[in-house]
Design a protein around this ligand. Structure first.
Ligand SMILES: C[S@@+](CC[C@H](N)C(=O)[O-])C[C@H]1O[C@@H](n2cnc3c(N)ncnc32)[C@H](O)[C@@H]1O
Length: 354
């Protein structure tokens, strides 16, 4: 052992968010190390779908855990230029004036978009970011910036945020007792510590009971609390957490703690050299609906269907664009890929003043 072992949650937080050496603070944006659905053509399709989710006026879109603003940039582009892709929905593509503050293309009397898009992450505003995207610096992990509050008519998106909110890691020892896992932050070497107790233990008993020696639990309490804090900052609107995770029928047994750096998987050592992530217990979040991304996107009308061959001759450019969109949608829907992600959606109605 190099340094005194500490609880995984503490080492993890320091490793990712320490102001002077945290992985996400000093090692470039996530896109320098791994690809997410927010990047490239899938990001454009995802942005359109997310904007189609709320059934209420939206005046502000918040992208929490924004990386370097990749999804936020797709969101402003989609707000300005794209139709939310919802062919199966019964609502009209032209909404009544004053309903949505962003305009839908091809709608008569289209107005300029006025919906704000605010991206939030743990660094200062990235150079070269689209100037239509507002930027807010955050402390990181479970902590949110003070300036993020009183969000009304909001769409709040947390795409792959909760999996990097550090949490307690516990393991059932040979004696059948669930113990907190400690880690040497310089080597990643682990040691079983004290019995799990208090609120963490109560969470496990309720949501992820196990006494099988060797079983590991990534205790969701810190993620539940971080999400609850985000929810509390919304006066009215829709929140959606998109992440890889699990629900009660499919809890993992041996843990999902994983690390990424420089484009590949690596051993989780909480020394600031790599991203450290663990799947999220999505069904313990305070949400109205928890479903796979595939189901959520299908409900929004995404099909991944390719455009008709007639379009290829009548409008070749539209055909090529349609092919690109279909391919991006198919990747988002793929049950063995992004489609297997989970969406937890929470709606908050504006309080009625009597
Ligand atoms: C896995 S990356 C995902 C980035 C982006 N959403 C995407 O899907 O490509 C997680 C991001 O969340 C950010 N993050 C973590 N905790 C945060 C917090 N409390 N506030 C804002 N950003 C946070 C990290 O800095 C990192 O950029």
């Amino acid at each position: 052992m190099g340094v005194d072992p500490v609880p995984w949650r503490d080492a993890w937080h320091e490793a990712l968010y320490a102001v002077d050496r945290g992985f996400y603070v000093v090692r470039g944006g996530p896109a320098a190390h791994f690809t997410t659905a927010a990047h490239g053509p899938t990001g454009a399709a995802l942005a359109r779908a997310l904007l189609a989710l709320p059934d209420h006026p939206v005046r502000v879109v918040v992208d929490l855990g924004a990386g370097r603003g990749e999804l936020a940039t797709h969101l402003v582009a989609a707000l300005e230029w794209s139709v939310p892709h919802a062919p199966d929905r019964t609502e009209p593509t032209t909404r009544p004036a004053g309903d949505l503050e962003w305009s839908l293309p091809h709608a008569p009397g289209r107005t300029e978009p006025t919906t704000r898009v605010v991206a939030v992450d743990v660094v200062d505003r990235p150079e070269g970011l689209d100037d239509r995207v507002e930027w807010l610096r955050s402390p990181g992990g479970a902590a949110l910036p003070d300036a993020l509050h009183h969000l009304d008519d909001a769409l709040v998106i947390a795409h792959e945020w909760l999996d990097v909110v550090p949490c307690t890691v516990a393991e059932v020892g040979p004696d059948g007792v669930l113990r907190e896992v400690l880690v040497d932050a310089s080597t990643g070497e682990e040691l079983l510590g004290p019995r799990l107790s208090g609120a963490d233990l109560r969470w496990v008993e309720q949501h992820w009971p196990t006494s099988q020696p060797g079983d590991r639990v990534e205790v969701g309490l810190d993620r539940d609390r971080a999400w609850a804090d985000l929810v509390a900052r919304v006066g009215s609107g829709t929140l959606v957490a998109v992440d890889y995770g699990h629900t009660a029928p499919g809890r993992p047994t041996r843990g999902t703690l994983t690390a990424y750096a420089g484009g590949g998987l690596t051993v989780p050592v909480p020394d600031g050299s790599c991203d450290i992530t663990a799947h999220v217990a999505m069904d313990t979040l305070d949400a109205d609906v928890v479903q796979t991304q595939r189901d959520a996107l299908r409900a929004l009308g995404l099909s991944g269907a390719t455009p008709s061959h007639e379009l290829a001759t009548s409008q070749p450019l539209a055909y090529v664009a349609g092919l690109e969109r279909a391919s991006a949608e198919a990747r988002l829907l793929d049950p063995d890929g992004f489609g297997g992600f989970w969406w937890a959606v929470k709606s908050i109605q504006r309080a009625v003043v009597p």
